[in-house]
Design a protein. Structure first.
Length: 283
């Protein structure tokens, strides 16, 4: 792992993926909508506090674990969370793609606090790592040699469709693997399905969701075969998918007798529950 020199958080501004604190908060709200259920109550307390520590440089924090735990301890009247709970939260956040963690070291080579870099929430396309990859390559290294640098820069071995996570339905795997055989790519396409499903409250309609996802992917392939105008296939796929799920959602709303002129979807905003109309985002 590449170690960075420790220092004030302002020295890590180049790692920020956000243009403002408002944008960072917006992306964290979307992450929470999708992933909140993956964390325990104590882990959520730790994550939310870490987010607050990442406000000075939007999305970047290098506070020591002890500092974060003390702040939680003081806020909750000496009823904080344990170090092990905080570490479990960090691992979950890493696995879910919410953040990337970098080790830092002092001038004498000893390990210092970690650098926590929050990632953007994937909307029209999956999260990008090009910026961090570039920063990693240009950062000052310590205790490394040319051979180690070369090894780190080598592309990881590609895994085929046999290694796709069990969370991805096999019919979807069988469809996508005919065109994209890489396990990671297949999982990214299904991740877009999950995001869209959450947005339109149809996560429980598994059979219908799978059918629509396959239809959307077929439509993507037809487009790819008929034109060279599609620059980002996964973003195009997400666009097709959201349109189909929106139609399905509106059909269900109409069938339930809901007044479509009123907002019918809620999101979290600034700690409050806000009603939101997908047909008129400005409402």
């Amino acid at each position: 792992m590449m170690n960075l020199k420790s220092g004030k958080v302002e020295g890590f501004e180049q790692f920020s993926q956000f243009t403002s604190l408002k944008e960072f908060n917006s992306h964290m709200e979307m992450w929470m909508l999708e992933c909140k259920k993956e964390f325990t109550k104590g882990e959520l307390v730790g994550l939310k506090r870490l987010v607050r520590f990442a406000a000075k440089v939007p999305g970047v924090c290098n506070a020591k674990i002890g500092t974060v735990l003390k702040a939680i301890h003081d806020e909750y009247n000496e009823n904080g969370i344990s170090r092990s709970t905080f570490k479990r939260m960090i691992q979950k956040a890493k696995d879910l793609g919410i953040m990337t963690v970098h080790e830092t070291e002092r001038k004498n080579g000893s390990q210092s606090s970690n650098l926590y870099v929050f990632n953007r929430f994937p909307q029209s396309e999956p999260p990008k790592q090009e910026k961090l990859d570039h920063l990693n390559k240009t950062s000052n290294l310590s205790k490394t040699n040319k051979q180690e640098i070369k090894k780190r820069n080598e592309a990881p071995e590609e895994l085929d469709s046999c290694f796709v996570s069990d969370r991805v339905p096999q019919p979807f795997v069988q469809m996508v693997k005919c065109f994209f055989s890489d396990a990671k790519t297949i999982e990214e396409y299904w991740h877009m399905v999950q995001i869209a499903a959450f947005r339109f409250q149809c996560e429980q309609d598994k059979d219908e969701l799978l059918n629509i996802a396959i239809q959307a992917f077929r439509q993507l392939i037809r487009k790819l075969k008929s034109t060279n105008m599609v620059k980002k296939p996964i973003a195009f796929f997400y666009g097709i998918l959201t349109n189909k799920l929106k139609d399905l959602y509106l059909e269900k709303i109409a069938a339930s007798g809901y007044d479509e002129t009123k907002p019918f979807r809620y999101v979290l905003g600034n700690g409050e529950i806000l009603f939101y109309n997908w047909l008129n985002p400005e409402s």
